[in-house]
Design a protein around this ligand. Structure first.
Ligand code: NAD
Length: 259
């Protein structure tokens, strides 16, 4: 399917690895000029060069921490009027809420709620003026089915989800949509860290824990980041202007509810 995105310009955050990288690649394949953001310069540059080489797309790399005001300024100076914004940053570490301090909560809110909101604040009015805009927030399946040890993530991402539900209905009239993609288990570096933490808690090996989680997923496997990237590319495509304010789970059927 031709996605109608040739020549559009996208800012993709958390893009050197994992799900962000997969979104950047899928957009570059669709003919989008991609500005990729991540903290580690070397890994980001290598990924950006790979993507540019295999797609022929124009790709630029901006090394910065997107959860800081200075980082967002750098990213938005490199690409001041994006047509597409994919927000993404690392998720907070798992733990017990009794040990979390106010600072831990503020850091989680900065990363997983306030940074995406600030990026929307900086870009949405320009999108409205140009009558095209697509914003996708990478959140988590934990928004629909909270995981106790990921309380910082559950709380912060829920705040973002509530905010998006309101704003997304205000912008769609101008062909600016805002949606959240909710990953279940995708085989990335972050996921390996999660498996290791879960294995420690269960006094099992990471390999056993990985196998058990895979078998417990209705699909019988973990997600391939490329599947996530493809869903993202469709959601930002010219065809998806009537989809807004949605929380799309991509979890191999793990969430058991009807809705
Ligand atoms: P990952 O660790 O594989 O990749 C994260 C990427 O984000 C890297 O490129 C990293 O450099 C970048 N990054 C992290 N913090 C950043 C910051 N402050 N500023 C700029 N770049 C930053 O992680 P992933 O698996 O791709 O996960 C992406 C998001 O999806 C995370 O928030 C994660 O919690 C969430 N998530 C992932 C899964 C999964 O199964 N992989 C499941 C649920 C939720």
């Amino acid at each position: 399917m031709e996605l109608g995105l040739r020549g559009r310009r996208a800012l993709v955050c958390g893009a050197s690895k994992g799900l962000g990288r997969a979104c950047a690649l899928a957009l570059a394949e669709a003919g989008v000029e991609v500005t990729m953001v991540a903290r580690g310069e070397a890994a980001l540059r290598a990924t950006a060069e790979d993507i540019a080489e295999c797609t022929g797309a124009k790709v630029q790399a901006v090394a910065c921490d997107i959860t800081t005001a200075a980082g967002r300024e750098r990213a938005l100076t490199a690409l001041s009027a994006p047509d597409i914004v994919i927000t993404n940053a690392g998720g907070p570490a798992p733990g017990d809420f009794r040990q979390w301090t106010r600072e831990d909560w503020i850091a989680a809110l900065e990363a997983n709620m306030l940074s995406p909101i600030e990026l929307m604040r900086a870009t949405v009015d320009g999108m409205i003026e140009r009558r095209f805009g697509r914003i996708v927030n990478i959140t988590s399946a934990a928004v629909k089915a909270p995981i106790d040890v990921l309380g910082l993530s559950n709380g912060a991402r829920m705040g973002l989800t509530g905010f998006v539900a309101g704003l997304a209905r205000k912008t769609v009239r101008h062909n600016v949509t805002i949606n959240n993609l909710l990953p279940g288990y995708f085989d990335t570096d972050r996921f390996s860290a999660f498996i290791e933490a879960r294995a420690r808690a269960r006094h099992a090996s990471p390999a056993e824990t990985r196998q058990a989680e895979m078998e417990a997923t209705p699909a019988g496997r973990f997600g391939d980041p490329a599947e996530f990237g493809a869903a993202c590319a469709f959601l930002v495509s010219a065809h998806a202007g009537y989809i807004t304010g949605q929380n799309l789970l991509i979890d191999g059927g793990a969430y058991p509810g009807t809705f």
